[in-house]
Ligand binder design. Structure first.
Ligand SMILES: Cc1cc2nc3c(=O)[nH]c(=O)nc-3n(C[C@H](O)[C@H](O)[C@H](O)COP(=O)(O)OP(=O)(O)OC[C@H]3O[C@@H](n4cnc5c(N)ncnc54)[C@H](O)[C@@H]3O)c2cc1C
Length: 401
């Protein structure tokens, strides 16, 4: 009965399995997708997440993928700076932010687990506070059940009932390209109702992302569109957050929207492969009243799916995992996990949503005002605003004297 059953083998579930092992317990991860495809996109991991990865024993491997001395900020469509990030000061104060390929991070987490922990192709269909779990291959009883099953979590029903994800009003594209010229900068460019961002990966490829205001699943041929396999296997995670993924014509739409923006955006779009463009509508969760109930705890998007505007969703899942491990290793009091994680993640989710609203403004006067305020924000103020996100320190795994 010392089994910790983790529903979902995404970043949150795999990281939780590592934390559970560190706490001296026996994790079993049930992942409904049989084989996770290696396609995907980039992921920013901020210094708070790297500290969590250190606790899980894989920080050094992720750090090895850092791109040294990259600098950047937010610009307007013509390439004029709106908000500069003092990258050197950020590194010195908080540590290195890193952009990895998602598939790489998943592989690092998976490879760090002993054989047999991850059971792919098994879905969880129901969970109860008692620790009873119904799966697609039978029933199990666990000391603790962790819902790491994403924004449309099944496990969450036993903690918070039916909770409807909220559409944020915009859609997002992601792709990874091999550019003809090296890119050493990262950054976002904010236009009217649409944004484009890029960040170099350690191997010379560049992670690109873009957003645009759109009704949910409205354009094109809508949900499914004959890519059901892609929807389930595009990344093996946050697929359930997608209202649809269309590959055909996505690159054409991106080029139409952004190919006239500043360099290197046109060249990046030129180098993109139409078959490797992912599109997901963006949803988040309303604030849950609790993250735990009986023998159940929620981590990651199941607990606090947030819009990607701060690049913190997976980072917070990693913090959740490290914190849950520390709680299990000490007093095993899930109320403490809830108290440590719920206020912080819900504050960050609210901030991400506001940031998304500002980024997606489309009315000319509001965009002009926004841009003027950003131009006047000193880099030092920008850095100070990041402190509450990035200053996080992990809990101790042993009780302090
Ligand atoms: C466009 C976009 C950009 C983003 N960029 C960033 C970024 O730069 N940095 C960052 O930190 N975050 C980012 N995020 C957020 C990040 O992707 C998520 O927060 C993170 O993937 C959540 O991980 P998770 O393991 O909690 O959930 P998921 O990734 O959703 O994983 C859940 C897993 O559970 C499985 N599953 C689902 N239901 C069941 C079931 N019933 N039984 C068994 N298995 C099940 C799924 O197949 C999946 O593998 C971004 C998100 C989006 C949409």
């Amino acid at each position: 009965m010392d089994e910790v059953l983790i529903a979902g083998g995404g970043i949150g579930g795999l990281a939780t399995a590592l934390a559970v092992l560190r706490a001296g317990k026996r994790p079993v991860v049930l992942e409904r997708v049989a084989e996770q495809a290696a396609v995907g996109s980039g992921l920013s991991l901020w210094p708070n997440a790297i500290r969590a990865l250190d606790v899980l024993g894989v920080g050094a491997e992720v750090r090895a993928r850092a791109v040294a001395d990259a600098s950047g900020g937010i610009r307007d469509a013509a390439g004029r700076p709106l908000l500069r990030v003092d990258a050197a000061a950020l590194r010195e104060r908080f540590g290195e932010p890193i952009v990895v390929h998602r598939a790489e991070l998943m592989a690092i987490l998976r490879d760090a687990l002993p054989d047999g922990v991850l059971r792919s192709g098994v879905g969880v269909t129901a969970a109860e506070e008692s620790g009873r779990v119904v799966t697609t291959v039978g029933e199990r009883h666990a000391e603790l059940v962790v819902g790491a099953d994403g924004i449309r979590s099944v496990v969450r029903r036993a903690v918070a009932g039916e909770v409807e994800p909220r559409y944020a009003g915009y859609t997002a594209w992601r792709t990874v390209v091999t550019p003809s010229e090296p890119v050493t900068e990262f950054g976002e460019t904010w236009g009217r109702g649409q944004r484009f961002g890029f960040a170099p990966l350690a191997d010379g490829r560049v992670y690109c992302f873009a957003t645009a205001n759109a009704p949910a699943a409205a354009s094109g041929s809508g949900v499914g569109n004959g890519v059901a396999g892609v929807r389930g296997g595009a990344e093996g995670h946050d697929d359930v957050a997608a209202s649809f993924v269309r590959m055909n014509d996505e690159l054409a739409e991106l080029r139409e929207r952004f190919a006239h923006w500043h360099a290197p955006i046109p060249a990046l779009l030129e180098a993109a492969d139409p078959a490797a463009v992912l599109r997901h509508d963006i949803y988040d969760l309303p604030a849950l009243p609790r993250f735990t109930a009986g023998r159940i705890a929620l981590v990651g998007d199941a607990a606090h799916a947030m819009t990607p505007d701060l690049g913190q969703g997976a980072c917070q899942a990693l913090e959740d995992a490290a914190t849950l491990g520390a709680v299990l290793a000490t007093d095993a009091d899930l109320r403490r996990y809830d108290a440590l994680r719920r206020p912080r993640t819900q504050r960050i989710a609210a901030r991400a949503r506001s940031m998304g609203r500002a980024g997606q403004l489309s009315a000319r006067p509001l965009v002009a005002l926004r841009d003027a305020v950003m131009r006047r924000t000193p880099a030092s103020a920008q850095l100070a605003a990041m402190a509450s996100l990035l200053d996080w320190a992990p809990e101790e795994f042993a009780p302090t004297a």
